[in-house]
Design a protein around this ligand. Structure first.
Ligand code: ADP
Length: 452
């Protein structure tokens, strides 16, 4: 009817900012490419938002790696300690997850590393491996300037962490000191990597075509194998290692200089204003799991305020509270495939909304699809930029993170958009990578010990 038409037109006006043309994504790629280039160049790195950190990981695994390793995984929702046993293609992992309470995430560095050391102490005792000097791979998924494989200085906290006294410090040193203070564990820290690198290493263990690692979890980041000739930042002496190094792009910071403002919506701006790191991690905030649900919530809140949605919602309900619309809801809602909207209804009920119509459900789902598609397309534009840059005919991209794992359409949306954005004739595959932060970190340590 005419009335409905105008209502949908009104809704469209509030969400059209999420619909970007292929040309716009190509413009994003051009900007990203030039930011990556200035990140790699010594003279311009200090002004680039994308830091393109050389990781000191020089070689991918070849499948023959052996040995027992401890691995740590810190960088998002949980902290894990793992015992990884590599025997060729066979990998055994035992792990335990420990909670990091928010008071520690926002406390001091000393509290954080003491907590980590205590967890390691417990793990080592529970697994009866006190006596052994185990090599350790540390997956620490925050932007770090790497000075060596086992020396990394934190450049800034992201993703909800803000511990005092850690920025600028060598995190291996902090871990080492805490282990000495709190335990009598004898470990040798062999490598610090981030989760993107772990993801790439883990998948490359069985797929020789793997060149790129991507994380779509709490945060968003990518890494890839680059020729040393292209890395102006590389200052280490010549050696007989392969003339290549994995670059940790830290592309989540893309847009921090304002270059993405032309695609940001009012909802992106509001989310940023209320985040603990305003103005930072602009690309990450448009893509990753920590933020996607909140963007959807802000749109739904706006539409409700405008009288276009959820007339039955009480102003006291959770829909109007920051952070209460989880990204997993987006996956659940988009998994509804019929007009019954079972998941959508359940989410609305969980938010404390009692009266809603089928039309409300349809609009809520529509908003989710727009926000998640923009996220998937932006991630695709990032990958397409890397694929074009690497220029190989065939490539596998290793992907990990709950957003990629559980969102029903992310994989397909990304594949479609990458295909549109790369050069004709190039082939790619997106492959789910398992245990990046455990197996991947152990593999980095194993490869490093083989090379030394
Ligand atoms: P990490 O913290 O190591 O990145 P994950 O890969 O599990 O860990 O990512 C956690 C993020 O994934 C959280 O921001 C969460 O909102 C999001 N997430 C969890 N479950 C789902 C889901 N079913 N669909 C989409 N996103 C999810």
């Amino acid at each position: 009817t005419k009335d409905q038409l105008t209502k949908y037109e009104k809704i469209e006006a509030f969400v059209k900012g999420f619909k970007l043309s292929t040309l716009t994504y190509k413009r994003v790629m051009t900007l990203l490419n030039s930011e990556m280039k200035s990140g790699l160049t010594k003279q311009t790195n200090h002004v680039a938002d994308i830091k393109m950190f050389p990781t000191f990981v020089r070689s991918l695994p070849d499948g023959t790696e052996k040995g027992e390793f401890l691995a740590l995984d810190l960088g998002g929702t949980n902290f894990r300690v793992l015992l990884v046993k590599l025997h060729g293609s066979d990998v055994e992992i035992e792990s335990k997850t420990y909670l990091i309470p928010q008071r520690i995430m926002l406390g001091t560095g000393k509290q954080l590393f003491d907590h980590i050391a205590d967890c390691i102490g417990k793990f080592v005792k529970d697994h009866n491996i006190q006596g052994q000097k185990l090599p350790l791979g540390f997956t620490f998924s925050f932007p770090c300037k790497q000075e060596d494989l086992a020396a990394a200085r934190l450049s800034k906290w992201t993703k909800g962490f803000r511990c005092e006294g850690v920025v600028g410090e060598n995190i291996c040193h902090l871990l080492h000191e805490a282990l000495k203070r709190r335990t009598n564990c004898d470990v040798e820290i062999i490598a610090v990597v981030n989760d993107a690198v772990g993801t790439l290493m883990s998948a490359a263990h069985s797929d020789r075509n793997c060149e790129i690692g991507l994380i779509l979890g709490t945060g968003c980041n990518a890494c890839y194998m680059e020729d040393l000739d292209n890395v102006g930042l590389w200052e280490a002496a010549d050696d007989d290692h392969p003339q290549q190094v994995i670059i940790n792009t830290e592309w989540g910071a893309f847009g921090d200089n304002g270059c993405l403002d032309f695609i940001r919506t009012e909802y992106d701006r509001e989310l940023d204003t209320y985040s603990i790191n305003p103005g930072k991690q602009i690309m990450e905030k448009m893509i990753s799991g920590m933020y996607m649900g909140e963007i959807v919530r802000l749109v739904l809140e706006r539409l409700t305020m405008e009288g276009l949605l959820l007339h039955g919602a009480d102003r006291e309900c959770l829909l109007f509270e920051r952070g209460k619309f989880y990204t997993k809801y987006v996956s659940e809602i988009e998994s509804d495939h019929d007009e019954f909207f079972a998941n959508t209804k359940q989410v609305l009920e969980e938010l404390g909304i009692e009266n809603f119509t089928t039309e409300d459900c349809k609009i809520v789902k529509y908003v989710c699809t727009l926000v998640s598609a923009r996220a998937a397309f932006l991630a695709a534009a990032g990958l397409a930029t890397l694929i074009n840059k690497i220029g190989r005919k065939e490539m596998t991209i290793a992907v990990d993170g709950s957003l990629y794992r559980f969102h029903p359409r992310f994989h397909n949306l990304m594949c479609l958009k990458i295909q549109e954005l790369i050069r004709p004739g190039q082939k790619f595959k997106l492959a789910l990578s398992h245990d990046g932060s455990g197996k991947g970190a152990a593999l980095v340590a194993a490869v490093a010990m083989r090379l030394r």
